[in-house]
Design a protein around this ligand. Structure first.
Ligand code: ARG
Ligand code: ASP
Length: 719
């Protein structure tokens, strides 16, 4: 009795945490949150977080590549991000003889650091609220196109002006709250970014897809890069004469670690959330879109697995593809379960009833907002069948590698068939494609894709209404009724599956060769799908989604008027944001309570399940573990590896600095728990936890595992 009472007490105390943790806040406006943050334990000021007058925390943070975050950890431009964020670069430096993915890499001097053409990092110089400027010419009578054009004109001139202010400056203007507000972001972009260090995958990706999105987690998900600048500390293209960049600010590293209840701040570039969507959209997501996409990926992944389990060469070729396909697949499963458990549709409906009641309270509100919900009803009803086709196009049609490959040729082919084409432009387009073709075949396996083709065509045929199906599908199935046969025939006839033939045809691309591509069975199939989509789906689909955007703009404006005292955060849009929360475990389901941290003991424990390939740590790590050779990183006879906290994060936050109350680095964000993934739509402090690498595990790996003292010596480590 007593024991179960205590358990209930524990569950209740875990359940009734503050709601303060939700939100991804705009740095420039963080003053509005700072009192609350300080109440939660934060010791710094709003000026310390974001300032245009002095160095502030933002100056130590970069948007890394297209979709991740990284942070500076030394006066010499050293940067830490996730292993999965540096993965394309690490992979590109890997060969069979010198496999950085398998063995790791540690530059023992700056001369050994590896350049990465195409990789860029962006610092936020400043952001400005440009709402009034951008909307100054907008009249209520304007059409949506006129509105967009007017905004674009003002934006273009503001951007052009800002980009002249400094070397390597790039600016952009982004809508917030569906276009109720606009902010300009001025970045300084560096393009000489070199790989400095990475653990082997067996540390950096430990747990692989098995543990992806899951707690408890033991992934050493980090890699190290260095930003280089010219001798004036300005951005410059790669040059051997460039020197390490001297940042305005870098993070000191704290060895103090985390305790339950500690304040944490995550400062990075979250990509996309949809917290304002209506009950109709949530229903569409969890009852239609996610289940279909999950199902199509289930099929694709089981085909991948069948081949990779029995063939090592295919396993290597499909490693990154598998990880990409499985990542979203697993997230959608978690998201769907989470939203169902939260009863998100009912919660949204309650909010909508409140809104409708509020909008009926006076004629002005009624006129401005009264029509919204019935219109949402109507538009989403019309959207649902179109959205299904869009999902099948993305997942079933483009899920076939040959078909997405063929789609890349469309532009070139239409250029080649145009008698008045500019020969230079044609050659330029061709050269781009040649490069893509070479890359494509490196990781392509015909037998896998042929089976994916058969399965995806069947799924499309069985689920999509006949009038939205290319004719060949029905015809074929009437004739033979065997999808594998169809796949076999097509894959044996197509030139697209043969790199030599593709490259030869591309080599002197003219109208004759272009016609050969056009008549190819793969291209014809691709084009039949596309033609049907363009004629019968695309236009209406985008009309509806554009209308929905306008509706949401007004709806969100209304929600803000209805609750004038509530702080609303704008949906993530790949701009710099702050999320704050507290370290802590949670109770994911009946009878289970998650602790807030993991240790190296868990790595050993997992490695004992000998049949799981994702759980094979390097021998050297096990030796260090068995001899307890932990150096200064030992805590109670072990090494902490990861921890969870209630910061509201999403894709793009990977690699974000996790800071303590004093603004020192205690971790690197890399994932969310499975029970948390609905936070892109609805955040719940009882279930939403971000997963961070404990910085002490990164130091342990750099120092004790790799012996890279040169890197440790660059950092400022606080005991
Ligand atoms: N789930 C994480 C994020 O969305 C990490 C993905 C990389 N790891 C993997 N095993 N696929 O991006
Ligand atoms: N793993 C994600 C990323 O790569 C982070 C998340 O979705 O929580 O950004």
């Amino acid at each position: 009795m007593r024991k179960s009472f205590l358990l209930i007490l524990l569950a209740v105390s875990l359940t009734f945490r503050g709601m303060a943790d939700e939100g991804m806040w705009i740095p420039m406006l963080i003053g509005k949150n700072i009192a609350e943050m300080q109440r939660m334990g934060f010791k710094l000021t709003a000026e310390d977080i974001y300032s245009v007058n002095k160095a502030s925390l933002k100056d130590a943070i970069v948007h890394f590549g297209g979709g991740c975050t990284g942070e500076l950890i030394s006066a010499e431009g050293l940067l830490i991000t996730n292993h999965h964020c540096g993965y394309p670069e690490i992979q590109s430096h890997s060969t069979v003889e010198n496999n950085l993915l398998a063995n790791g890499f540690w530059a023992s001097s700056k001369a050994e650091e590896l350049p990465n053409p195409g990789l860029k990092v962006r610092f936020l110089v400043r952001m400005d609220d440009v709402t009034n400027l951008v909307l100054k010419n907008i009249a209520p009578s304007m059409t949506e196109q006129e509105r967009a054009k007017s905004i674009q004109q003002v934006a273009d001139s503001l951007i052009a002006k800002a980009e002249k202010e400094g070397i390597g400056y790039e600016a952009s203007i982004r809508p917030f709250y569906y276009g109720n507000q606009y902010y300009m972001f001025v970045y300084q972009v560096f393009e000489d970014v070199r790989l400095v260090g990475t653990p082997p995958e067996s540390i950096g990706k430990f747990g692989g897809d098995t543990d992806n999105w899951v707690w408890p987690r033991h992934t050493g998900d980090f890699s190290l890069f260095r930003i280089y600048a010219d001798k004036n500390n300005n951005p410059a293209p790669y040059s051997p004469s460039n020197v390490p960049y001297k940042p305005k600010k870098f993070f000191k590293i704290s060895m103090k670690g985390v305790n339950e209840g500690d304040f944490t701040l995550v400062y990075g570039f979250p990509g996309r959330t949809q917290q304002f969507i209506t009950s109709h959209a949530v229903r569409l997501l969890i009852d239609q879109s996610n289940p279909h996409k999950i199902n199509l990926r289930d099929i694709r992944l089981s085909i991948f697995n069948k081949f990779t389990e029995s063939n090592d060469t295919i396993a290597i070729k499909y490693a990154a593809k598998h990880a990409r396909v499985a990542n979203a697949w697993k997230k959608w499963i978690g998201e769907t379960m989470g939203l169902r458990r939260l009863d998100a549709v009912s919660k949204k409906q309650e909010q909508e009833s409140m809104f409708a009641a509020w909008a009926a309270t006076n004629p002005e509100l009624k006129e401005r907002y009264g029509w919204l919900l019935p219109t949402f009803d109507r538009l989403y009803a019309e959207l649902a069948p179109l959205s299904l086709v869009v999902d099948y196009r993305n997942e079933a049609v483009y899920g076939v590698e040959m078909l997405s490959f063929a789609s890349r040729f469309e532009r070139l082919l239409s250029m080649a068939l145009d008698p008045g084409v500019d020969k230079g432009k044609l050659a330029e387009q061709r050269n781009k494609l040649v490069e893509y073709v070479r890359d494509f075949f490196k990781d392509f396996e015909l037998s896998v894709d042929r089976e994916v083709f058969a399965a995806m065509m069947q799924a499309y045929y069985e689920r999509i209404p006949q009038q939205l199906q290319p004719e060949f599908l029905g015809k074929f199935i009437q004739q033979s009724g065997n999808w594998r046969e169809l796949a076999k025939q097509i894959y044996s006839q197509t030139a697209f599956a043969d790199s030599v033939r593709v490259l030869t045809l591309l080599n002197d691309i003219d109208s004759t060769n272009a016609r050969e591509f056009l008549n190819d069975p793969i291209f014809s199939i691709y084009f039949e799908f596309e033609d049907l989509y363009r004629k019968n789906v695309q236009k209406r689909y985008f009309e509806i989604t554009d209308s929905l955007d306008i509706l949401y703009r007004t709806y969100v404006e209304g929600l803000m008027r209805m609750q004038p005292d509530k702080r609303f955060f704008p949906d993530a849009n790949s701009t710099l944001r702050i999320a704050y929360g507290k370290v802590g475990g949670f109770a994911p389901r009946d009878g289970v309570v998650y602790d807030y941290y993991t240790t190296i003991d868990g790595i050993y424990e997992k490695s004992q399940q000998r049949d799981v390939p994702d759980y094979v740590p390097p021998k050297r790590l096990i030796e260090l573990y068995q001899t307890k050779d932990f150096g200064p990183y030992a805590v109670n006879g072990t090494v902490p590896v990861a921890f969870i906290a209630s910061n509201h994060t999403t894709g793009g936050n990977s690699g974000s600095p996790v800071l303590d109350a004093e603004g020192n680095l205690i971790g690197v964000n890399f994932d969310r728990c499975w029970e948390s993934t609905m936070s892109d739509v609805m955040f719940d402090p009882n279930y939403c936890r971000n997963i961070s690498l404990d910085i002490r595990y990164a130091l342990f790996v750099i120092d004790k595992y790799a012996g890279a003292k040169n890197l440790i010596n660059e950092m400022v480590i606080l005991q």
